[in-house]
Design a protein around this ligand. Structure first.
Ligand code: T1G
Length: 701
C-alpha cells in the first residue's frame, strides 16, 4: 500500500486509486506508485482486468508542473503509459472531474475509457509552451482523426463530457460513482459485452487539407502549437516512430523560453494569493453595493451579478440609473449568450439587482465599491456619507486607479474598513484586481478582499499605496520611454510595431488612442505640479490633444479612424513631432526594433524593481502577474521580472547605465538591482526567498 495509490480488489477486478493531493499530479512519486501497483496486479492470477480511477475532486491534473526538472526520472510518463498500453490484461480508465494533459494521456494508453457526468478533458500543454509529450499527439489522433486532434491539441481547450463521448475519447458517460463505473465496464469487458481497442493498434488517415490549413494559421503564432502540428502529422507513422518524433519535439520545447514564460505565468496566477493576511478571519459578504454607474461601475456590478451576488447600484439621477441598469442588463445578456451564466442565474441576477438614486439602499450591504469621478474631494465626500450610512463592519472600497487611499480613508471614522479594489476595464472580463492596502486597512479586510476576488474569478494582487499602485506606475514609465523614443527619432508607428512584434496585442500609441488621449492628459495635468524639473517631458501628446484629437473616440489621434476602425497614421502628427524636435534642438536618430523593445522592457523592469524595493509589491512574481493579467504583457514572456532573469541582471544594469548617459534622471540603477548582483540573486530567488521567509531583500514587506 503506497501513500500515493490505493490497490483494491473486487471479485476478479483489480483497482488502482490515484490518491496524491492536491491534484494527483503525475510526478515521479505517483508514477512509481502506479507502476508498482500495476506490476502487482499484473502478476496476480486472480485479477483478470485492471481499473484506474482517481480519489478527490478529479482524476488528475496531469504531469507535475512543479517538478518538470524530474520529469525524466524513471519511470517516465511515456514508459509508464507504454506498460499500460502493452498490458496483456484489459486496462480501463474511469474518469471524473478533470483529466488534463498527462492524465488524459494516461487514460488514452488504457484500452477503454469511461466517465461520470461533468468530466472535463484537455491536452492544454500548448498553454504551457509544450505539446502532449506522453503519447497524446499519437493516441488522441488515432482515436479522433487528424482534424479533431489539431483542434484539441493546438488550442489546448477543454472538452465537456459530451464532446469527449462524441469524439470517442470516452466510451460512455454515466451516473453514480466513478469507481462503480470502472468496475461495471471491466466486468462487461470480461464478458465480451464491451470491446476494448488498444489505441496503438488504430491507424490514422492522412488529412493534408486539415494539416495545411492549420500550418498556415499557426505559422504566425507561438512555437508550441506549430511543433504539436508536426507531432500530429507523425501519427501516420508506425506508433513507435510517431512516439519518438513526439518526444523529440517535446524535449525541444521543454528547453525553450516560451515554456519557461508560460509556466511562470501559470504559477503567477496562483502565487499572488499567498499574502501575510491569508490566515486572517474573513467577513461575510452577501450583498454588494456599487456607487457610480459609469463604465467601471456597471462593469463591477456586472462582475458581481455574474458571480451570483445581489447588487445595489447607485447613481445620481433617474436618467443615469436607467442608463446604468440598461448597461448592466446588456452585459448580463452577453454573459448568458456566451454561456457564462445559466438561464436561472441570469434571471436571479436581474431579480436581485437594485438600481436607485438613494444611497440609503446601501444601509444593508456588506461591501461597497465606489466607482465615481476620479476626484479626491468627490470621493472623500462620498466616503463620509458611507461612513455614517453603512452598517458597522461593511467594507468601504474605492476603485480609484491612482488617488491616495490613505486620504480617502481619513475622511471616515473607520479607516480600518477602507481598502482599494482597483478593477480593470472591462471589469467583468479583465481578470486582474489590484487590492490596495492602505496604512490602516484591517488585515481581515484584506483577507476578505482576496476571498471575494476569487469568488468573482479575479486574480488578486496585493499592492501598497503609491501613485499608480503597481500596474499604472510601471505603465507610466513605459509610456514615457516610448515618448522619448519618438522625440529622439523613432516613428510612433515603428514603436507600436516593434512592441506588437514583441507580443503585445497593441502598441502604446494605439492603446493611448483607444483609452482616450484626453484621459492621459488629465493625468499629466494632475501630476504636473509635482513633476521634477529634471524630468524630460514630451509635449507631443498635449499638442495632439490641443487639436481636439483624442484618439478613436474623435476619429483622430496618433492614428485616423473611420467607424472606430483604425485606417492609418494621422499624417499631421509627424509635423508636430518634427516641430518639437526642432524646438528642442534634437537631431533625430534611428532606432531598430530591438533597441526600441530593449528600452521599453528595461524601463518597465527599472520601475518594477523600485516598486519591489519600496515594498509596494510583496514579491517579483506579483508584479509579473499584474503586467500579465492586467496590461497585456505577452504571457510567453512571463512578465517583466521573469524576463529580467532571462536577460540577466548584469545586462539590465548595463543598459540602464548606457541610457543614463542621455538622461541621468529617468535612467537610474535601483539599489536592489546592485544588491542582487552582489548576492548573485535572481528574481526567481527573491520569489523563493519570500515564500520561505515572508520577506524580500530590499522590500519593506
Ligand atoms: N502540477 C503541479 N501542480 C499543479 C498542477 C500540475 N499539473 N495543477 C495544479 N497544480 C497546483 C496549483 O499550482 C495549486 O498549487 C494547486 O495545485 C491547486 O491548483 C506530459 C507535460 C487541475 C483545473 O495544465 O488546470 O501534463 O498554489 O488552484 O482551481 O504531456 O489546477 O496551492 O501551491 O489551479 O481547483 C498539464 C493545470 C500539465 C493542468 C484545478 N496539466 N492545472 O484547478 O486548483 S503538463 C495542466 C489546472 C503535462 C504531459 C504534459 C488546475 C485544475 P498551490 P488550482 P483548481
Amino acid at each position: 500500500m503506497s501513500d500515493n495509490v490505493r490497490i483494491e480488489r473486487e471479485d476478479n477486478i483489480g483497482l488502482i486509486c490515484l490518491n496524491k493531493p492536491p491534484v494527483n499530479a503525475l510526478g515521479v512519486a505517483l508514477r512509481t506508485s502506479i507502476y508498482n501497483a500495476f506490476s502487482e496486479l499484473l502478476s496476480d492470477d486472480q485479477v483478470k482486468a485492471i481499473v484506474l480511477y482517481g480519489e478527490g475532486r478529479f482524476f488528475s491534473a496531469g504531469a507535475d508542473i512543479k517538478d518538470f526538472a524530474r520529469a525524466a526520472e524513471k519511470p517516465t510518463l511515456p514508459e509508464l503509459l507504454k506498460t499500460l498500453n502493452d498490458s496483456p490484461k484489459p486496462v480501463i480508465a474511469a474518469l471524473h472531474g478533470v483529466a488534463f494533459g498527462g492524465a488524459l494521456e494516461l487514460a488514452l494508453s488504457a484500452h477503454l475509457r469511461v466517465a461520470t457526468h461533468g468530466l472535463k478533458v484537455a491536452l492544454p500543454e500548448v498553454k504551457l509552451g509544450l505539446l502532449p509529450g506522453a503519447g497524446g499527439t499519437q493516441r488522441l489522433t488515432r482515436l479522433t482523426g487528424i482534424a479533431a486532434a489539431i483542434d484539441v491539441i493546438c488550442s489546448g481547450r477543454h472538452l465537456s463530457d459530451k464532446e469527449a463521448l462524441s469524439l470517442g475519447i470516452v466510451t460512455r458517460v454515466v451516473d453514480g460513482t466513478v469507481r462503480d463505473a470502472g468496475i461495471t465496464a471491466a466486468k462487461e469487458v470480461l464478458t465480451g459485452e464491451l470491446k476494448t481497442v488498444p489505441t496503438d493498434s488504430l491507424r490514422v488517415e492522412l488529412d493534408d487539407a486539415a494539416l495545411s490549413a492549420a500550418q498556415d494559421k499557426l505559422s504566425k503564432g507561438l512555437t508550441a502549437p506549430q511543433r504539436a502540428l508536426e507531432a500530429i502529422r507523425a501519427a501516420t507513422l508506425p506508433i513507435d516512430e510517431g512516439l519518438a518524433k513526439e518526444r523529440a519535439l517535446f524535449m525541444e520545447l521543454m528547453q525553450g523560453e516560451e515554456r519557461a514564460g508560460l509556466v511562470h505565468a501559470f504559477f503567477a496566477e496562483r502565487a499572488t494569493s499567498k499574502i501575510p493576511e491569508a490566515s486572517n478571519a474573513t467577513r461575510t459578504i452577501v450583498r454588494v453595493g456599487v456607487v457610480g454607474g459609469g463604465t467601471m461601475g456597471t462593469g463591477i456590478a456586472a462582475a458581481f451579478c455574474i458571480a451570483g451576488f445581489p447588487v445595489s447600484l447607485i447613481e445620481t439621477d433617474a436618467k443615469c440609473v436607467t442608463n446604468a441598469r440598461a448597461t448592466v442588463e446588456k452585459t448580463l445578456a452577453g454573459a448568458l449568450k456566451r454561456g457564462k451564466l445559466s438561464e436561472q442565474d441570469h434571471a436571479d441576477a436581474l431579480e436581485q439587482l437594485i438600481t436607485s438614486i438613494e444611497l440609503r439602499e446601501l444601509a444593508s450591504v456588506d461591501l461597497v465599491i465606489e466607482a465615481v469621478f476620479e476626484d479626491m474631494v468627490v470621493k472623500q465626500e462620498l466616503f463620509q456619507k458611507l461612513d455614517t450610512l453603512c452598517k458597522p463592519n461593511t467594507i468601504l472600497a474605492t476603485n480609484t486607479s491612482y488617488l491616495d487611499i490613505n486620504q480617502i480613508a481619513a475622511a471616515t471614522n473607520r479607516p480600518d474598513d477602507v481598502i482599494g479594489l482597483h478593477f480593470f476595464s472591462p471589469a467583468h472580463i479583465m481578470r486582474l484586481l489590484e487590492v490596495v492596502v492602505a496604512d490602516k486597512t484591517a488585515p481581515e479586510v484584506v483577507a476578505t478582499s482576496f476571498e471575494i476576488a476569487r469568488r468573482i474569478s479575479k486574480i488578486p494582487v496585493r499592492s501598497g499605496v503609491c501613485d499608480g499602485f503597481i500596474g499604472n506606475r510601471i505603465l507610466t514609465s513605459y509610456r514615457k520611454v516610448c515618448e522619448y523614443l519618438v522625440l529622439d527619432g523613432a516613428d510612433f508607428q515603428q514603436v507600436d510595431h516593434a512592441l506588437t512584434d514583441f507580443g503585445f496585442a497593441m502598441g502604446p500609441f494605439a492603446v493611448g488612442d483607444l483609452a482616450g488621449l484626453d484621459i492621459a492628459r488629465a493625468s499629466r495635468v494632475r501630476t504636473a505640479v509635482t513633476r521634477p524639473p529634471e524630468e524630460r517631458y514630451s509635449r507631443v501628446a498635449d499638442l495632439i490633444c490641443d487639436q481636439g484629437w483624442f484618439g478613436s473616440k474623435t476619429g483622430s489621434g496618433y492614428y485616423l479612424y473611420s467607424d472606430d476602425k483604425l485606417t492609418g497614421p494621422n499624417p499631421q502628427v509627424q509635423a508636430i513631432v518634427e516641430n518639437e524636435r526642432a524646438a528642442l534642438s534634437i537631431a533625430a536618430k534611428s532606432f531598430d526594433d530591438g533597441e526600441i523593445v530593449a528600452r521599453c522592457v528595461t524601463a518597465m523592469i527599472q520601475e518594477a524593481v523600485k516598486v519591489l524595493e519600496e515594498g509596494i509589491a510583496l514579491r517579483p512574481i506579483d508584479i509579473d502577474a499584474v503586467k500579465l493579467f492586467g496590461y497585456g504583457f505577452p504571457k510567453h514572456r512571463g512578465g517583466p521580472l521573469h524576463l529580467a532573469d532571462q536577460i540577466g541582471i548584469d545586462t539590465v544594469i548595463a543598459r540602464i547605465e548606457d541610457y543614463s548617459a542621455e538622461d541621468s534622471y529617468f535612467w537610474q540603477v535601483p539599489r536592489l538591482l546592485r544588491d542582487m548582483v552582489k548576492r548573485k540573486q535572481t528574481f526567481s530567488d527573491l520569489n523563493a526567498q519570500y515564500d520561505a521567509t515572508g520577506k524580500n531583500d530590499g522590500s519593506k514587506a
